[in-house]
Design a protein around this ligand. Structure first.
Ligand SMILES: CC1(C)CO[C@@H](CC(=O)O)CN1
Length: 425
């Protein structure tokens, strides 16, 4: 019986730079429904979500935070116990920095900016979406495996990429890998690429968004800086066939296919491969099947994969569960109905309970580190004849690589599929 209500706030972008809320809001609601059906989670209470669309805008997100804090939730005099979201990093940066002033815990499901790991600025911030810096240990692991001591980093001037590059340089130094060249570019990468060529760089880590990736590889093609002997590492979450959308560059599809052939990508694994039942007693596969059918109803004219935030939906589902489980622990230690934004003692209890929350979710094992970050596995893919193949999965916490192409069990051969021994530099 749930005759008492606890309130949480929610921020889900339905438009803007990244409309991740399109799929993440339905996923969060699914988890919330399951939580409210379970008699062992928040017994006696109904967890109510007051959710808003931030349109991925920091300004709008800030006004929504104000609404949630002051205009009470739908006329009740309840304060929200925690905030689920925001998704976009710029919104999390604005809201996350302000929220600590009200002792409000923020649990994002979609923010990748490394800056958000700063525990001084974002004292009450947690996320089930790992920071972009999580790709770096995997890059270093592969450089060590193939004895590459000399690399370059090509960086688009965006905070997320510059802070990722700094972290990568620090890891490289610690593993005596030499970052010979670090090239920044804003819009046109031509000059940066000619510098890489001049320095005879062979291993390049590219940190840029998809639209700039097309420019980079088109310019690389035009400067004949591609093919065997060069190993590019870029980002794995670009749209499929991103390199064939040539209407914003002056290269043909054939030229682009040549330029990008053989490159490697890293991306965070957001849906576990496991088939075991999760905290919500359903398997990850059943979760996805159920989400797909809901999204087909909500977005009948879109393939589910192109619904905003589809890939991150498991992170939103697990964030909702993490929040409910943390509150469930706090309920045994304090009277959450007496929560108010100046209650430091209760905030400390909720912080501790969030820090100690861990469970197996649809995105894999969920546990937060001291910066409020959740760690995940990283998947390495390689583009071969225009098709991405999953090569390996790496867990930075255990240092274990799983080779995913049995015929290349040691992974070594995955380089030599073009016999380009010249890259052993
Ligand atoms: C993997 C990606 C696309 C990285 O950006 C995140 C959004 C953000 O950090 O603003 C969402 N997930």
């Amino acid at each position: 019986k749930r005759d008492r209500t606890l309130w949480i706030g929610g921020m889900f972008p339905q438009a803007g730079e990244w409309a991740g809320g399109e799929a993440c809001f339905p996923a969060a609601l699914k988890a919330l429904n399951e939580v409210n059906r379970r008699i062992d989670v928040l017994p006696g209470y109904y967890l109510n979500l007051s959710a808003y669309d931030t349109r991925c805008s920091p300004g709008l997100g800030t006004t929504i935070l104000y609404e949630l804090l002051y205009n009470k939730t739908f006329g009740t005099n309840n304060s929200i116990l925690m905030l689920l979201g925001p998704a976009c990093s710029p919104v999390s940066t604005a809201v996350g920095e302000a929220a600590k002033m009200w002792n409000l815990i923020v649990l994002s499901y979609g923010s990748s900016s490394p800056a958000l790991s700063n525990r001084v600025r974002f004292a009450t911030f947690f996320r089930t979406h790992p920071p972009a810096t999580l790709h770096n240990p995997t890059r270093i692991k592969f450089f060590q495996l193939f004895n590459w001591k000399r690399i370059a980093i090509l960086i688009q001037t965006e905070e997320v990429w510059q802070s990722t590059a700094e972290h990568l340089e620090q890891l490289a130094r610690e593993n005596n890998i030499h970052v010979a060249v670090r090239q920044l570019f804003d819009n046109d990468p031509s000059h940066a690429i000619s510098n890489l060529k001049k320095d005879d760089i062979r291993i390049i880590v590219g940190l840029f968004y998809e639209e700039k990736a097309r420019k980079v590889f088109c310019k690389a093609y035009q400067q004949n800086y591609f093919g065997e002997g060069y190993v590019w590492w870029t980002i794995g979450w670009y749209a499929d066939n991103w390199f064939l959308k040539v209407n914003d560059i002056d290269c043909t599809e054939e030229e682009m296919a040549k330029a990008v052939e053989g490159h490697f990508t890293t991306e965070i694994q957001m849906l576990t491969d496991s088939t075991q039942e999760t905290i919500s007693d359903i398997t990850p596969q059943l979760f996805i099947a159920d989400l797909n059918s809901t999204l087909r109803e909500l977005f009948p004219y879109k393939p589910v994969e192109s619904v905003g935030g589809y890939v991150e939906a498991p992170l939103a589902y697990d964030a909702t569960w993490a929040l409910a489980l943390a509150l469930n622990r706090s309920l045994t230690r304090t009277d959450l109905e007496k929560w108010s934004y100046d209650n430091l003692q209760m905030k400390n209890i909720m912080m501790e309970d969030m820090e100690n929350t861990q469970f197996f979710g649809v995105s894999g094992f969920v546990k937060f580190d001291k910066q409020g970050n959740r760690m995940s596995k990283i998947v390495v893919e390689q583009l071969r004849n225009g098709v991405y193949h999953r090569i390996a999965r790496f867990d930075a916490q255990t240092g274990i690589i799983e080779w995913l192409r049995k015929e290349e069990k040691d992974g070594k051969r995955c380089w030599n599929y073009k016999n380009n021994s010249s890259i052993e530099r």
